[in-house]
Design a protein around this ligand. Structure first.
Ligand code: UDP
Length: 257
């Protein structure tokens, strides 16, 4: 996969790229009938997906950086922040715009009423073709679910189950899915459905979207942005000092340390 340099973050191979290059790469992959799994790594991903790390060393898995936490670590440990901040919420509509034709999209995840409203938004406002959708609370591992997605003819599967459920689901089912691009998008369907507010642009610009979300859902997110954030930084710095502590001794990036 030729998509610029890889920056190791707590052992995760994070690709440093721009949204333009990423979109071109994905659309080319689609055109060539290849399969790709796109994962957005934020600090929560690094903490919650630790046990999945070795399974992510796979040519078809592409991890990109999401959020200020990864930039801080990249600056401290690798001498500079990432070129761009990539997240599923902003990147997915951008990918739609970059495609020369509407993409065939299947949406999996969130509550039934949320995914239904989000699917309407994607079709009516974002001009894509919805070939199916299903909530994220029933029959996720049922073989019929995989058959339904495959029969839909989807080119892009959006999986919105949160970390680490969505990453685990993608890794478990990727081989059986006949879909070009599969990506984990977290709370995206809630934003599209208007169920969760998105932070205003200026808050996003000063990189405080996490604080905005914390203020809206303090109970659910308090741990994520306090204890888990400390775990994230501790894990990144510990890994920098001693890569072997991450149980990834067979991973090729350890040579970078
Ligand atoms: N979700 C789901 N099934 C589950 C658990 C969560 O479909 O078993 C959905 C949830 O309804 C929400 C999405 O996963 O729409 C992601 O939520 P979260 O806010 O954790 O995403 P993030 O903050 O990581 O972007």
């Amino acid at each position: 996969m030729n998509l610029g340099k890889i920056v190791p973050i707590a052992g995760f191979p994070v690709h440093e790229t721009t949204r333009q290059d990423l979109a071109i790469h994905l659309l080319t992959t689609l055109h060539q009938h290849e399969k790709i799994s796109l994962l957005f790594a934020n600090s929560n991903f690094v903490v919650k997906c630790k046990s999945l790390l070795n399974r992510m060393y796979n040519d078809s898995v592409l991890i990109v950086n999401d959020g200020v936490g990864l930039d801080i670590v990249a600056k401290c440990l690798h001498g500079g922040a990432f070129k761009a901040n990539l997240n599923g919420t902003d990147f997915t509509p951008y990918l739609f715009c970059e495609s020369s034709r509407p993409l065939r999209v299947f949406m999996l995840g969130a509550k039934p009423e949320v995914v239904e409203k989000a699917a309407e938004h994607v079709e009516q406002r974002l001009g894509q073709t919805i070939v199916g959708y299903c909530d994220g609370y029933s029959g996720l591992d049922d073989p019929q679910m995989i058959a339904r997605i495959n029969q839909s003819g989807a080119e892009l599967l959006l999986v919105a189950l949160g970390n680490p459920l969505q990453e685990e689901w993608i890794l478990n089912h990727r081989d059986s899915l006949d879909v070009g691009i599969v990506t984990g998008v977290g709370a995206l369907f809630d934003f599209w459905a208007g169920n969760q507010p998105r932070a205003p642009q200026f808050i996003q610009k000063i990189r405080l979207e996490w604080l905005f979300r914390l203020c809206h859902e303090p109970r659910r997110l308090m741990r994520r942005y306090t204890v888990d954030m400390l775990v994230f930084f501790a894990r990144c710095f510990k890994y920098r000092k001693n890569p072997d502590t991450n149980e990834t001794s067979d991973n090729p990036l350890q040579a970078d340390y």
